[in-house]
Design a protein around this ligand. Structure first.
Ligand code: ZN
Ligand code: ZN
Ligand code: ZN
Length: 267
């Protein structure tokens, strides 16, 4: 029996595989189940059984822990800063508390990070982009910069880093004190909410596939034939790619360099 159909009889294995967030509204029972049994955050997806007597899912397979222990089980808390705003609270202090995602590390872009990028200003330019690496969390591509062309072993080090999928936005590519820490770098004053860097699109040494400015996907990009894009292209020197999902979400295509319309009309 399809386990998913226990949660929502409208759901098949096939529809679940091709489902996107926007389709969730069509499945009322699944939505309710997610609301009452799961916690979804940027870092985790947690599922916990309930003890409601009329729950059609948990009744099939009730909690096996003794009731008094089960009752003390809570969802894992979110990282929460203490009053100094410099350290995170101990796990025990926040376990069982209602926490939010606002302190999550990947949302932080502290000033010292700006300082690091400032120091590397001459390196973080389109002409020094050598490769791109995807963030393991938001999947957006971030540029890899180096003063000189990467040697074979340096390229190998970046490739290994890419395949290990540990890089996330705002972190250094290589550990402090390590061989490549200051020579092969990514911008650090970014987090997972930052859009794709301008240098990704204007890189002169390597050309990357077009990707959505907002979310980094290479799929379902609006083409030049799209009426909105076509109009913007007449008005602006640069119109960054945008995917259908971001566009439907109400995000505006990123434009740059307004053309002088008056001048244009005269010509
Ligand atoms: Zn339940
Ligand atoms: Zn990211
Ligand atoms: Zn997008």
């Amino acid at each position: 029996m399809n386990v998913l159909s226990i949660i929502d009889s409208d759901l098949t294995g096939h529809s679940a595989m091709s489902m996107q967030t926007k389709d969730l509204a069509k499945y009322g029972k699944l939505s309710d189940f997610l609301k009452t049994h799961t916690k979804q955050t940027h870092y985790t997806f947690q599922v916990k059984k309930c003890t409601e007597s009329d729950c059609f899912v948990c009744n099939l397979c009730p909690p096996r822990l003794p009731a008094d222990v089960f009752e003390t089980m809570a969802f894992l808390p979110d990282p929460t800063l203490d009053i100094s705003r410099e350290h995170y609270k101990e796990f025990a202090e926040v376990y069982g508390c209602c926490t939010s995602e606002e302190d999550r590390p990947s949302l932080k872009a502290p000033n010292e990070k700006n300082e690091t990028d400032k120091k590397r200003r001459s390196l973080l330019v389109a002409g020094k982009v050598r490769m791109a690496i995807s963030c393991a969390l938001c999947l957006k591509p971030r540029c890899v910069y180096s003063q000189c062309k990467l040697k074979r072993e340096e390229e190998g080090a970046v490739r290994r880093l890419k395949s290990s999928k540990v890089y996330t936005c705002g972190n250094n590519l290589f550990e402090e004190g390590g061989r490549y820490h200051d020579t092969i770098v990514a911008r650090v004053a970014v987090n997972c909410t930052s859009p794709v860097e301008a240098t990704y699109y204007s890189s002169t040494l390597v050309s990357f596939p077009a990707c959505c400015f907002h979310c980094g996907t290479v799929d379902n990009l609006l083409g030049p034939e799209d009426p909105t894009i076509a109009t913007l292209r007449q008005q602006y020197a640069v119109v960054r790619p945008i995917c259908l999902e971001c566009f439907n979400d109400g995000k505006a295509p990123k434009t740059w360099g307004a053309q002088n319309m008056r001048k244009k009309r005269k010509v």
